[in-house]
Design a protein around this ligand. Structure first.
Ligand code: HEC
Ligand SMILES: [Cu+2]
Length: 325
């Protein structure tokens, strides 16, 4: 094996069962290319120095043909090509064929956030998975092309609007839960397909747990309203439903207005009217964002019907926005 478990020269630590084989293939192609680059440029430089035109060194008769050489430079690259293809194809096929007993997680990408949906209906905006168990991702997009990329797993797959795509992964190490700063860090998950204004913020963390810890997390995630105040639920939904990608809570202007100090104040709209933000206005903004478009912003906010955000959820979000004064 060429690759180290820590990822070697080019990669971060290898944290999935696929990572070493991806790294091996990359290293193989890389070093073969480097070898031939040095060889060819070296020979070129040597010939230039040896044969350049100077007094006493005019043009010389040269051979027109060399069968051995031509066969060599056709057969050797073809052979390498076949080796790369077979290795790449086998890797690709094993990444695309999850074992039957894989744990399934739905991935919904949208501008500009991730939603992960677990078999029991629990949802999260960061990815949580058990260690040592195959996890199959069913990827979809609500709007444009996105791509789920976890460098630590070497996993990368398109999320295409209107169809399901899949990939699977088996993590080999746990990560910290992010609570204890001494834990090793959770992995990064990026969008790797340019998808508009806040593409670069389309980021999530990947937490990998021991099986028991994962079950505990899942249990907690499925009972959102249990043991949380409305404000806390509102904050969780604000992250989970992707409001966070367009609305800040610290006053910074993103694609949408900040929620900071916005409750109870007057908001101006593109049609010249204005209204004070109260619960009804928040509700309308979520169910029918085009009804009033805040001056200075594009009408890009997606509609959230009750199938995606219940009335109770909206109440929680309103409580959260209220708490930001
Ligand atoms: C793709 C970006 C985007 C997402 C995601 C998004 N919004 Fe918006 N939102 C906007 C924009 C842009 C406006 C201002 C234009 C308008 O009123 O339609 C807005 C306006 C609002 C307003 C009125 C704000 C004000 O200052 O008057 C509220 C309330 C709101 N959004 C709530 C939410 C909630 C809750 C979510 C998540 C469930 C959410 N938004 C998700 C872009 C977004
Ligand atoms: Cu994206």
């Amino acid at each position: 094996m060429l690759a180290d478990a820590d990822g070697g020269l080019f990669f971060g630590p290898a944290n999935s069962t696929f990572a070493p084989m991806v790294d091996d293939l990359f290293d193989l192609i890389y070093w073969i290319s480097a070898f031939f680059f040095v060889l060819i440029v070296g020979v070129m430089v040597y010939f230039v120095l040896k044969y350049y035109r100077r007094p006493g060194h005019g043009p010389q008769p040269s051979p027109t043909h060399n069968n051995t050489l031509e066969i060599a430079w056709s057969v050797l690259p073809s052979f390498l090509l076949v080796v790369f293809f077979v290795m790449g194809f086998t890797n690709y096929m094993s990444m695309r064929t999850p074992p039957d007993d894989a744990y399934e997680i739905h991935v919904q990408a949208k501008k500009w956030s991730w939603l992960f949906v677990y078999p029991n209906g629990a949802e999260s905006s960061d990815l949580h998975i058990p260690v040592g168990r195959p996890v199959r991702f069913i990827l979809e997009s609500e709007d444009v092309l996105h791509n789920m990329f976890v460098p630590a797993f070497r996993t990368k797959m398109d999320c295409v609007p209107g169809r399901y795509n899949e990939i699977w992964v088996q993590a080999v190490n746990t990560t910290g839960t992010g609570v204890n700063p001494d834990d090793h860090k959770p992995h990064d998950l990026f969008c790797a397909e340019y998808c508009g204004r806040d593409h670069s913020n389309m980021h999530a963390f990947v937490y990998v747990y021991e099986t028991g810890d994962f079950d505990a997390w899942l249990e907690k995630a499925s009972n959102l309203y249990e043991g949380n105040t409305m404000v806390q639920v509102g904050e969780i939904l604000y992250k989970r439903k992707g409001c966070i990608s367009c609305h800040s809570i610290d006053g910074t202007k993103k694609a949408g207005p900040s929620f900071k100090d916005s409750f109870g104040t007057a908001h101006k709209f593109t049609d010249g009217t204005e209204a004070v933000m109260d619960e009804n206005y928040i509700r309308e903004s979520i169910r029918d964002p085009r009804a009033k478009v805040v001056a200075g912003y594009q009408p890009v906010m997606p509609v959230f019907p009750s199938s995606r955000l219940s009335d109770k959820d909206i109440t929680a979000i309103a409580e959260f926005i209220k708490s930001l004064k």
